[in-house]
Write a protein that binds this ligand. Structure first.
Ligand code: AMP
Length: 187
């Protein structure tokens, strides 16, 4: 199965994606992790994106789409992908559709973790202490949320019309969210 975990920053996409990876023996596709890795390794891409990431802005579609391409065409990972943080723009959603079509794959399920802004700010403040992510500070959190509402919300409208779209209350306990997702996926 290929699954998209969709939702605002701090909705718990990474946590649920990791759970599914274990449960389904599949692979997490976290563009955020991939981009942070580029910064850590101080690659050419890393140097280009560091300012945007620390400012809570999106990285250019072209860079993210390219990183994704390698994974989609990896035969070991085909139809075992859990997307976390991608797609975030309409351009990325269309790119994903095209790449999946080209590789004879499809999206089997879209899970939308719905969480309100107040809970998100509280959660990210907590995550900041645990994970020490450089893009987790109060200013950046609010900017990331605004960017989500402005740029990513249309992607939600795009997916919400599909038959395999499911909304889950992302403010519930982690365990309960996982259970709910398993019920939807029938796993
Ligand atoms: P995340 O770990 O998914 O919360 O992503 C952290 C940051 O990485 C975002 O605030 C963006 O700056 C960047 N990023 C991650 N995924 C994408 C994407 N699909 N498109 C553009 N920027 C992204």
């Amino acid at each position: 199965m290929n699954i998209i975990i969709f939702g605002p920053p701090g909705a718990g996409k990474g946590t649920q994606a990791k759970h599914l990876v274990k449960k389904l023996n599949s692979f997490q596709v976290s563009t955020g992790d991939m981009l942070r890795e580029e910064i850590k390794k101080d690659t050419e891409i890393g140097k280009k994106i560091i300012n945007n990431m620390n400012d809570g802005k999106f990285v250019e579609d072209e860079i993210v789409n390219k990183l994704l391409e390698k994974i989609i065409f990896n035969p070991k990972k085909m139809s075992k992908l859990i997307f976390d943080g991608y797609p975030r723009t309409i351009n990325q959603a269309k790119n994903l559709d095209a790449l999946l079509r080209k590789s004879n794959q499809k999206i089997d399920c879209i899970i939308f973790l719905n969480v309100n802004k107040n809970s998100i700010v509280k959660r990210i403040e907590k995550r900041k202490l645990l994970e020490k992510r450089s893009d987790d500070n109060s200013d950046t959190i609010l900017k990331r949320y605004d960017t989500y509402m402005e740029v990513t919300k249309p992607v939600l409208d795009y997916y919400s019309k599909k038959q395999n779209f499911h909304e889950v209350d992302g403010s519930a306990e982690i365990k309960h969210i996982s259970q709910k997702i398993e019920e939807i996926l029938k796993v």
